[in-house]
Design a protein around this ligand. Structure first.
Ligand SMILES: Cc1ncc(COP(=O)(O)O)c(C=O)c1O
Length: 383
């Protein structure tokens, strides 16, 4: 699929749309490349389905449409070779919500939750907000690739460790964990009887060709039994503001604990979220392939540009539209502020437990990306 079939190049103005990403720098000449949404319009099929639903004009309480459940099950089977039963799905209005519910669902107050850093910040705050201790195991850079340090993982586990929180693909380092890596983690989880919480929100965004997303729960029924997988169409089809997500939990007892922890506090998914999700999974594949092709081009540009700027380094982005950039040899005190002053709004690594790093969201028109990369280069030349 060629991305020329869809237009990702023409910038879509997002000012005056209450966009979190764009309003942060309203009125300032700073290109927003921080929070993880893309600047692209969603697939035409999603927009059409929303129009149709809006036209009906009645917006009452709505349960998950049967067609959506079927579309999700077909998608998981077709794209991830994962056979899932309809009753395993638990619908959620967001995945940060899912991370918090799952932190409460597993173990009890005072228990420990392990996660690999750097990491999307709610992985660290969700356990703490749930009266659990967050135990951080830093990823290691091995041959310029971020990997799990299995020895450090084993050493971090105590009798109070109950949950392993995995991000697959990993935000912010852009790794799509391999079968071998996932098998190793599954073995550790089995050995220490840990529940695995796997946030696979970026699963539809594997950029490297020839690789398929593999959910850890799809490894075997034994691993599935101890796993809660969190998924959503939100990142892939650029509908995060629609708030439609779900957990996949095959074990009835674990599912019951999860549903109990969500209680009556977690609201239903917005009906438009269901509509958008169903259209995305049913009719969005051509658009997704075109998007991946465009993002690959952006990714290559980022890797080339950052690699040629003295003081900056990055690793290969296998998945996601996020590049993780090491600024530590550039002699910058606060890289987030430094690049903002240069006209580029990045996410600051401190928030991901990695001072000295920044995260760049390249889910935008290529012209804007080129301008941002030039600004970064000029700022370092002046520094
Ligand atoms: C790994 C990960 N989980 C969850 C989220 C947010 O999910 P939601 O907007 O559904 O709460 C993000 C957004 O960047 C993310 O990268």
């Amino acid at each position: 699929m060629n991305h020329a079939d869809f237009d990702f190049d023409t910038p879509v103005g997002r000012n005056n749309t209450s966009s979190e990403k764009w309003d942060k720098y309203q009125g300032r000449d700073i290109i927003p490349m921080w929070v993880a949404d893309m600047d692209f319009r969603s697939p035409p099929a999603v927009i059409a389905a929303l129009h149709e639903r809006i036209e009906h004009g009645v917006f009452g309480y709505t349960h998950p449409p049967q067609g959506l459940v079927e579309a999700v099950i077909n998608h998981l089977e077709r794209d991830y070779d994962w056979q899932v039963q309809p009753e395993w799905l638990v619908w959620l209005p967001g995945l940060v919500c899912g991370l918090n519910v799952l932190s409460r669902a597993v173990g009890e107050a005072g228990d420990e939750v392990i996660t690999f850093t750097p990491i999307y910040p709610p992985f660290m705050s969700a356990p703490t907000l749930s009266q659990r201790a967050t135990v951080k195991v830093p990823l290691q850079l091995h041959n310029n690739r971020w990997v799990v340090d299995l020895g450090a993982l084993e050493r971090a586990i105590t009798p109070r460790t109950k949950l392993l929180l995995l991000c697959n693909p990993h935000n912010p380092v852009g790794r799509a964990w391999t079968k071998d890596e996932l098998q190793q983690l599954a073995l550790v989880a089995e050995r220490h009887d840990l529940v695995i919480g796997s946030d696979d929100i970026h699963a539809g965004l594997i950029l490297d060709e020839g690789i398929r997303h593999l959910s850890i729960a799809a490894l075997s029924p034994e691993t599935a039994r101890r796993t809660i997988t969190l998924l959503a169409p939100s990142k892939t089809y650029n509908i995060p503001g629609m708030g439609c997500s779900f957990a996949v939990i095959s074990d009835p007892a674990l599912r019951c604990d999860f549903i109990k922890a969500a209680g009556r506090i977690v609201p239903h998914v917005n009906l438009l979220g269901y509509t958008a999700a169903e259209a995305a999974y049913r009719h969005g594949e051509k658009w997704r392939q075109a998007l991946l092709s465009y993002l690959r081009g952006n990714r290559d540009l980022v890797e080339e540009a950052i690699g040629s700027i003295p003081g900056l380094a990055t690793t290969h982005v296998e998945a996601t539209y996020l590049a993780w950039i090491d600024t530590r040899t550039a002699g910058i005190d606060n890289p987030g502020r430094f690049f903002e002053e240069a006209g580029v709004g990045l996410s600051n690594g401190v928030d991901f437990d990695a001072p000295g790093f920044v995260r760049l969201n390249f889910g935008c028109a290529r012209s804007l990306l080129k301008e941002a990369l030039q600004r970064m280069e000029r700022a370092l030349q002046r520094h």
